[in-house]
Design a protein around this ligand. Structure first.
Ligand SMILES: NC(=O)c1ccc[n+]([C@@H]2O[C@H](COP(=O)([O-])OP(=O)(O)OC[C@H]3O[C@@H](n4cnc5c(N)ncnc54)[C@H](OP(=O)(O)O)[C@@H]3O)[C@@H](O)[C@H]2O)c1
Length: 292
């Protein structure tokens, strides 16, 4: 297995990234500095998380050059539309203390719930503005987040720059096969958010099949989850605030699940969904974006 993913524009990515959502990283660069020290080079943040500034601070203090790290961030729903997107990019660049973002995403496909029919126009207007950021060199490439096939189709039918990736909640028990397959058919890399189910309810640890595989390979259930995603050619972005977890999450390249085992996990009963349907559940931002 190659150690890198190649995006549809030829850009190479490590097979695991580092998630920075969120409390542990707000106003705190230390955990991100540790992640850099452990070897992570691809960092996921978002305007919503309020961790862009910590990431920028950590990269500066680490002494590694900007070109050695891949920064992915996202504009939030209150930053959609041409004018807002321009202001959002300025704010993100400022907080990250950089003059370019490697991957810039629309965080959520809809500003309001399913009763609002105008989301398609707003997504396109936002995407067109973001294409401008690629043309002026402040953004390397564009991606999407929480876009299901019907949202992706709207972008694909109207874009001049293809999205390179779509970030979705993906983990054992929440495989979203329809969305993953749609991405693959269109050469869009699926990325997995909450690849460890955000550690909720001991969901994975209590799962008999995942425990069996963990024992078989001498790994933790979390490592089985990451390995499963990688073998499905999905890029997981686990978050960890302890060094032990940071290291464990990179230690998933010395074993291989069989095809049958990947299929078993893919087909396991649905569990541990965060409950945030992109068309129905629209999270709210707590802070004013100008003040974070
Ligand atoms: N696009 C979106 O809408 C969206 C939504 C949510 C998240 N995300 C992105 O996805 C990233 C990851 O998702 P997430 O933060 O929700 O959760 P996650 O990565 O699924 O889970 C994080 C939890 O797992 C624990 N953990 C990490 N490594 C572990 C290991 N090896 N063994 C046992 N426990 C381990 C962490 O503990 P410690 O902290 O104690 O180490 C933490 O409690 C986020 O940080 C964010 O960048 C994107």
């Amino acid at each position: 297995m190659k150690n890198l993913y190649v995006l549809n524009d030829g850009f190479e990515m490590p097979k695991i990234g580092f998630g920075t959502y969120n409390e542990e990283f707000k106003d705190n660069k230390e955990a991100i500095l540790q992640a850099i020290d452990c070897g992570y080079r691809f960092f996921d943040t978002a305007s919503l998380y309020e961790t862009e500034r910590s990431l920028g601070n950590a990269i500066k203090e680490s002494g590694i050059s900007r070109s050695e790290v891949i920064i992915e961030t996202k504009l939030w729903i209150d930053e959609m539309g041409e004018k807002n997107a321009k202001a959002a990019l300025e704010r993100s660049l400022n907080r990250l203390q950089t003059d370019y973002i490697d991957i810039y995403m629309i965080h959520w496909p809809r500003q309001t719930g399913a009763e609002n029919e105008n989301w398609k126009e707003l997504d396109i207007e936002t995407w067109k503005a973001m294409e401008g950021f690629v043309h002026d060199g402040r953004v390397g490439r564009l991606g999407l987040s929480n876009f299901l096939p019907h949202h992706l189709k709207n972008i694909l039918e109207n874009c001049t720059i293809l999205p390179v990736a779509d970030q979705l909640e993906l983990h054992p028990g929440h495989s979203q096969e329809a969305a993953v397959q749609y991405c693959k058919k269109n050469d869009i890399l699926p990325m997995a958010w909450s690849p460890l189910g955000r550690g909720r309810e001991n969901v994975f640890a209590g799962n008999e099949m995942l425990r069996f595989l963990a024992d078989k390979y001498g790994k933790s259930v979390q490592q089985i989850s990451l390995r499963f995603l990688i073998q499905k050619e999905i890029l997981p972005i686990p978050k960890a605030s302890t060094r032990k977890h940071m290291e464990a999450n990179l230690d998933v390249f010395d074993f291989e699940l069989s095809e049958d085992e990947v299929s078993m996990i893919t087909c396991m009963p649905q569990t541990a969904w965060m409950g945030e349907h992109p068309d129905i559940h629209i999270p709210t931002r707590k802070s004013n974006p100008d003040n974070v």
